[in-house]
Design a protein around this ligand. Structure first.
Ligand code: NDP
Length: 237
């Protein structure tokens, strides 16, 4: 019998999350829990779930809403029938400030961006860590961006987004240090053609996601606490 791995992906109704679901469905080894704010409106996910014969389940989860997260964590456990979550992918994210810069940015936008991009992954991982620790792979992936890497020197623009992703990278580091039994990484998927990536984005979402999944599947426990790009290379903080 094929060894099965369970994936939980937040923000799975469009963009990178949806493409991850599509690519993971190509292997019978994967059981996918696709989390979305409103699964009733996630028509593409529903269509995929109908064809997937139980390999794809939909879950309501708003990463900024503690109640929604805790409810989702309770709901997910039973259908998994004692299995844990091998790969928890904190993918949901926003870029609310566009190309804002620090001396003129709206701090309310920074706070809202933080709630989704940093608070979201923190809360989701807190709520689901028991299931992650129960699994074989015990892996958490925080979808970050090289825009949040100080060493990559991307300049003044996209300040609130970049600050949130730099903070997310520190979250990754702290999670890895606190729990050496799990593997936690930050991952930059590349500049991809999604709503968030915008019209100038360089790569089709399928190319970035292919690289992301390949990199995740090749992770070793000693990679925990590190930052990778979709080509499997380490990104400097
Ligand atoms: P999209 O804008 O295409 O999709 C964002 C997803 O996040 C949607 O499913 C959205 O759901 C979900 N989301 C937003 N807020 C919440 C919330 N509060 N609760 C649950 N889900 C939420 O973006 P991408 O697919 O491009 O981005 C995915 C991740 O990749 C983000 O973390 C982003 O920062 C990161 N990234 C993207 C890059 C790119 O070039 N595209 C580059 C580097 C990183 P809904 O439909 O309900 O709004």
């Amino acid at each position: 019998m094929t060894q099965e791995y369970v994936w939980l992906i937040t923000g799975a109704n469009r963009g990178i999350g949806l493409e991850m679901v599509k690519q993971l469905l190509q292997s019978p080894a994967n059981i996918i829990v696709a989390a979305a704010r409103d699964p009733a409106k996630a028509t593409e996910l529903q269509r995929l779930a109908e064809k997937a014969g139980g390999k794809l389940r939909l879950l309501a989860l708003d990463v900024t809403d503690k109640e929604s997260i805790n409810k989702a964590a309770k709901e997910v456990a039973e259908p998994l029938g004692g299995k844990g979550i091998d790969y928890l992918i904190n993918n949901a994210g926003v870029m609310l400030g566009g190309e804002d810069m620090v001396f003129s940015m709206d701090v309310d936008i920074l706070t809202k961006t933080f709630a989704t991009n940093v608070g979201g992954p923190a809360l989701v991982t807190q709520a689901f860590i028991g299931l992650v620790e129960k699994s074989e792979k015990k892996t958490v992936v925080n979808i970050s961006s090289t825009v949040g890497s100080i060493a990559s020197d991307f300049g003044a623009k996209a300040a609130s987004y970049a600050i949130s992703k730099a903070a997310l990278n520190m979250l990754t580091y702290k999670e890895a240090k606190e729990k050496p039994d799990i593997t936690v990484i930050s991952m930059c998927p590349g500049w991809l053609q999604t709503d968030l990536g915008g019209p100038d984005a360089i790569l089709p979402v399928s190319v970035g996601v292919e690289g992301v999944l390949k990199t995740i599947l090749a992770l070793k426990p000693e990679d925990s606490g590190k930052f990778f790009n979709f080509q499997g290379q380490g990104v400097p903080w």
